[in-house]
Design a protein around this ligand. Structure first.
Ligand code: DC
Length: 221
């Protein structure tokens, strides 16, 4: 069994890296941001302010989230329905960030995340995997890059999905969200003291994968 924690800010390329590492290492990949996005979607579906702790707490009582691996890919179910790409919009990024600052939401999603790592060799990407979810992970990587590089990557991702946005909008949304995620009281998005920081501002996809594989090899030898 190996458990790899991959944390870092938005647009660093965590999910592409995690997917590729999972494939090469033959382990399961869990994208934990998708769970917060699903709670955000539930808030939106119920016309609820994602910062309203009391109302969100009540809504959690009517929410069932299931995660399944189907054909090698993660599928998240909200009350039995797959959420698909509905959670991938810029609006849902902001909703996810807002609900993720609420203790009741973090508590609600804790067991789903931990139970995955109990039964599988996993790589989990998120913000607090190395600090809170898997504090005793075998390997902890904090993947980051300059804000401009991350915003450029995020813009390309959005454009590929046909979502219109400008560089300045993406940069300011990203800055706002990362600042909120890193400065919240509960489980702030910061590197664990024992994480290896991997800055991939000047690395391409393959270079990032190789650097991460080296960190993993060094950690488990
Ligand atoms: O990785 P992402 O962009 O899909 O994450 C969406 C939001 O969820 C992000 O703003 C912070 C939050 N999040 C979190 O607080 N903890 C995690 N483990 C994963 C995501």
């Amino acid at each position: 069994m190996i458990r790899i924690a991959l944390d870092g800010p938005g647009g660093a390329g965590k999910s592409s890296l995690a997917k590729e590492l999972a494939k090469r290492l033959g382990i399961v990949y869990l994208d934990t941001g998708a769970l917060y996005r699903t709670v955000g979607l539930w808030a939106k579906m119920n016309d609820t302010d994602p910062k309203d702790a009391d109302k969100i707490g009540e809504l959690l009582g009517k929410l069932n989230i299931d995660v399944k691996i189907e054909n090698g890919a993660q599928v998240v179910y909200l009350n039995g329905e797959p959420v698909g790409d509905k959670i991938r919009t810029p609006e849902m990024s902001m909703y996810a960030s807002a609900v993720s600052a609420l203790p009741c939401v973090r508590e609600f999603l804790l067991e789903t995340q931990r139970s995955f790592a109990r039964t599988n060799s996993v790589i989990m990407d998120g913000r607090d995997i190395g600090t809170v979810i898997l504090p005793d992970a075998d390997v902890k990587i904090f993947l980051t890059a300059s804000e401009e590089v991350r915003a450029k990557r995020r813009l390309l991702e959005l454009q590929a999905k046909g979502i219109a946005a400008t560089f300045d909008e993406v940069l300011s949304d990203m800055h706002r969200r990362d600042t909120a995620d890193a400065s919240r009281d509960i489980a702030p998005a910061v590197a664990a003291a024992d994480a290896v920081i991997l800055d991939n501002s000047d690395l391409d996809t393959e270079g990032t994968i190789e650097a991460a594989l080296k960190i993993i090899e060094d950690a488990v030898k």
